[in-house]
Design a protein. Structure first.
Length: 219
């Protein structure tokens, strides 16, 4: 079985291919072009390197956000279009799930900088993931973190809020700030192995923004 995973939710666009549940190859963007310019060339280059055709993919996985509004739309639209043309199903994965996949810590919190002291976040306690959410970093620490818990924080929010978190929470940090398509693919495959119904028809895939785009917020 071949699965292709795509992530365009952050500054690095990436595509990965898994063969029989193992990572077969991954390619990331290394230039300043927009995701709309580089996603398909990356995809085509990776398939060529692996000696595969897009029609050989059995499943697709795509990062549905949160993250870059424009990037998410590009990734989701591209995967939906290809999967629909090939009559294949798609597994949606959040960027926060991809980040949590980077750490084995029992208590972990993925945070993505949403600007103006806000973060997108998702908490894992004892291998049980809570739902993604959005709020000020101060509110997250005050309302979601218990005084007797220690958390490993992962995500680009660490760059912005590390000192604040240290002063307000018992914490460790993973300085690997961005998830990529390989993390998205691993999460997708774990979900699929647990329940094949997570793979849905392309039209059912929708981006997860957690808040409105800036023009819609009036700020």
């Amino acid at each position: 079985m071949y699965l292709m995973a795509v992530d365009t939710s952050n500054v690095v666009a990436s595509v990965a291919v898994f063969k029989d549940h193992e990572l077969f190859g991954e390619k990331k963007s290394e230039d300043q072009k927009t995701h709309s310019e580089k996603l398909l060339p990356i995809m085509e280059a990776l398939l060529e390197e692996l000696g595969l055709k897009i029609a050989q993919m059995d499943l697709f996985a795509v990062c549905v956000g949160p993250g870059s509004f424009t990037g998410i739309r590009i990734g989701v639209a591209t995967v939906k279009g290809i999967a629909q043309a090939l009559n294949k199903k798609v597994i949606p994965v959040t960027s926060l799930e991809g980040l949590l996949n980077k750490t084995d810590s029992e208590n972990a919190c993925a945070i993505i900088n949403a600007r103006h002291e806000n973060v997108y976040f998702q908490i894992r306690r004892k291998n049980c993931d809570e739902l993604p959410d959005f709020m000020p970093i101060s509110q997250l620490l005050n309302e979601k973190m218990k005084s007797d818990e220690k958390f490993t924080f992962v995500g680009d929010g660490v760059k912005e809020f590390e000192n604040f978190i240290k002063n307000n929470c018992d914490s460790d940090f993973l300085y690997d700030f961005y998830q990529t398509s390989s993390n998205i693919g691993k999460v997708a495959l774990n979900k699929y192995l647990a329940d094949e119904k997570v793979a849905v028809l392309p039209h059912a895939i929708v981006p997860i923004y957690l808040r409105k785009a800036q023009p819609d917020r009036g700020v």
